[in-house]
Design a protein around this ligand. Structure first.
Ligand code: GLY
Length: 257
């Protein structure tokens, strides 16, 4: 069963980490409503949503993609790249232990799931302010025995690798190629973001659709022109917390428990 783990919005969201966007007031009720809309859309597109309770002390904890990577064979838990976010891994690991064997990347490695773009057995790992070479080395050592190849990719200009590039389907990537070392992605087709929509590289492909922020209409037209069906979603309030679409869920196949 396609399963999506999410987490309810923390009442502390207004104190979230921000790296590449300026702080603006966040309307918590609006943020919660937009996150509910995201969960409902995931359900419509075929996922069973497991919405974990909010973590009142952890502002960024709704971004469940960052503390872990879930593969068919195992889940890997990370030391997040910023001190305030490190405790998020504890309750997420407990939730994932029901579904997968757990392995750990350990300090001095640092890693966030937003930096991991998986295409089949290849994992592109952004080297960003949150993910370091040692984290990538440890992940490669953990996943090598399962047949995964992990490659580091330099990221500049945005928070995570997937802030700049995500998979639309098949071998087609949506990207702002100015923000990462794109040369490593040989054999892929590209849909480039509209030049006026620099932050439009993060989309979530699920259930035959591409969930995409309503705030980027010109890039949406490019995605549709490439043959993909878009489900637009307003996440304007969450974008103030430097959110994309992939970061608010962990999606994997699981049994019925
Ligand atoms: N606010 C998302 C992050 O900085 O991790």
């Amino acid at each position: 069963m396609l399963t999506a783990i999410t987490r309810q919005v923390s009442p502390a969201l207004t104190k979230c980490e921000l790296t590449f966007v300026e702080r603006r007031p966040i309307d918590l009720e609006k943020a919660r409503a937009q996150h509910r809309g995201y969960e409902e859309l995931l359900e419509e597109l075929g996922a069973r949503v497991i919405s974990l309770p909010a973590e009142p002390e952890l502002p960024d904890s709704m971004f469940v993609e960052d503390p872990a990577l879930v593969l068919d064979e195992l889940a890997v838990i990370f030391p997040l790249g910023t001190e305030s976010r490190r405790p998020e891994a504890v309750s997420l690991a407990a939730a994932l232990a029901k579904y997968r064997k757990l392995e750990y990347v350990k300090s001095p490695g640092s890693m966030e799931g937003g930096d991991l773009l998986r295409v089949g057995r290849r994992i592109f790992a952004g080297l960003s302010s949150r993910t370091n070479e040692e984290g990538v080395r440890q992940l490669a050592a953990l996943l090598g025995p399962y047949g995964y190849e992990v490659s580091g990719v330099a990221v500049t200009g945005c928070l995570h690798l997937k802030s700049a590039v995500t998979l639309l389907g098949g071998k087609t990537l949506l990207a702002n190629r100015g923000w990462f070392e794109s040369g490593i992605f040989s054999g892929f087709a590209w849909v480039d973001v509209d030049p006026g929509e620099a932050h439009a590289g993060n989309a979530l492909a699920i259930g035959g659709k591409v969930i995409f922020p309503a705030s980027f209409p010109r890039t949406r037209a490019r995605i549709e022109a490439a043959g993909f069906s878009v489900a637009p979603l307003d996440i304007g309030e969450l974008q103030k917390a430097e959110s994309g679409l992939t970061c608010s869920s962990l999606i994997f196949e699981a049994g019925g428990n």
